[in-house]
Design a protein around this ligand. Structure first.
Ligand code: SF4
Length: 366
């Protein structure tokens, strides 16, 4: 088994005081079976006290009932977890132990990364100088919550894709990495790469040729000029598609008046935003893109083709970019607003039931 994680994982340090224990509020904290058994094994009165805060949802999953202020009942005045303080880290549920680390298994690989819904992780990742990864055969003593993606249909349809998991992912990361190339061009190259890769999934020689051309930089040469980024966003369709994605993510219907209003703002300011905010802060957004790509293990993130996965990836970036644009229109975009915008979007994508499925559906339909 191989364990891969970005180097900045080692520098992450949870600080409940700095974030006002953000992750202990408003969310559903799922309690795994093993943790529930640990609670049960405590002396009677202690077990009863803890278990009185555990509920069961309609799917048979156990979860912690938040108090009347929508805060975890075990969060102390000092912003620390009372259970952890009393019984040690081992007593934390898988989800509490893991967050903001996200762990996936795919084939013989375990990958771990930080989700940017945590403000401390967001700051660490977005403002790092770049992303590099460490690989080892040694797994951490406790992995916590781990999602297995090895049951993806693509592995059954194309057995070769299992052999090339790491190469397929690394090629995407390499295409995203070069912060000297405009982000739009990098994303265009990513979409083209996965479209091609998918065509060759039963031809070993062609896959290798394609992967080598990315490795050598030859493939990227076709995407260095300022060509239009119209693979999925046809000339005048950008705003309509981004707003459709927004509506899907937040489940609202946009009125014609609102669309016209947004169109005016978009036409007057968007190019300037792309040039002076996105392109000038290329490293920050490169970090976001690489983190997100690795976090969900694209192009295997969703049970769909490589092309659809690549589209979902691009869509989620474009929605974030548009959200940041709207924040920027309202008195500019400083570090705090940037982190806020990224966290809000990531939280929506990760924790709203069905949000990413709706984006996936749009990707499949277009
Ligand atoms: S994991 Fe992140 S959000 Fe949760 S308490 Fe620690 S720093 Fe705050």
């Amino acid at each position: 088994m191989k364990y891969i994680a970005p180097e900045y994982m080692a520098s992450f340090k949870c600080d409940g005081k700095a974030c006002d224990s953000y992750c202990c509020r408003d969310w559903k904290v799922v309690i795994d079976e093993n943790t529930k058994n640990k609670y049960k094994a405590l002396p009677n009165d202690e077990a009863e006290k803890i278990l009185s805060n555990v509920g069961e949802d309609e799917y048979g999953r156990y979860f912690l009932r938040l108090n009347e202020r929508e805060v975890c009942p075990f969060l102390g005045e000092d912003s620390l977890c009372k259970l952890q303080k009393k019984y040690g880290e081992d007593f934390l549920s898988d989800i509490c132990f893991s967050y903001p680390r996200v762990t996936h298994r795919i084939g013989d690989i375990i990958q771990q990364n930080l989700t940017l819904s945590c403000p401390i992780a967001a700051k660490l990742v977005l403002f790092s100088e770049g992303i590099s990864f460490t690989e080892t055969e040694e797994l951490p003593k406790r992995l916590g919550w781990c999602t297995n993606l090895t049951n993806r249909l693509i592995f059954e349809t194309y057995p070769l894709s299992l052999e090339y998991i790491e190469d397929m992912e690394s090629a995407g990361l390499l295409l995203l990495k070069n912060s000297e190339i405009p982000i739009n061009n990098r994303l265009a190259s990513l979409l083209t790469f996965y479209e091609n890769a998918e065509k060759f999934l039963d031809e070993k020689e062609k896959i290798e040729e394609l992967l080598n051309s990315v490795e050598s930089g030859e493939f990227q040469k076709n995407f260095t000029s300022n060509q239009s980024y119209d693979i999925i966003f046809e000339n005048n369709g950008y705003l309509a598609l981004v707003l459709k994605l927004f509506s899907a993510l937040y489940e609202f219907t946009l009125t014609d008046e609102k669309f016209t209003e947004l169109k005016k703002i978009y036409e007057a300011r968007f190019n300037e935003f792309q040039k002076f905010v996105v392109d000038r802060n290329s490293q920050i957004f490169t970090n976001y893109l690489m983190n997100e790509f690795f976090l969900r293990i694209y192009p295997y993130a969703f049970d769909a083709s490589f092309t659809v996965n690549a589209k979902v990836f691009v869509f989620s970036w474009e929605v974030l970019k548009f959200a940041l644009f709207m924040l920027c229109v309202d008195k500019g975009l400083d570090e705090e607003k940037l982190i806020f915008g990224v966290r809000q979007m990531v939280q929506r994508m990760d924790h709203s039931r069905g949000a990413m499925e709706r984006i996936l559906k749009i990707a499949k339909d277009c």
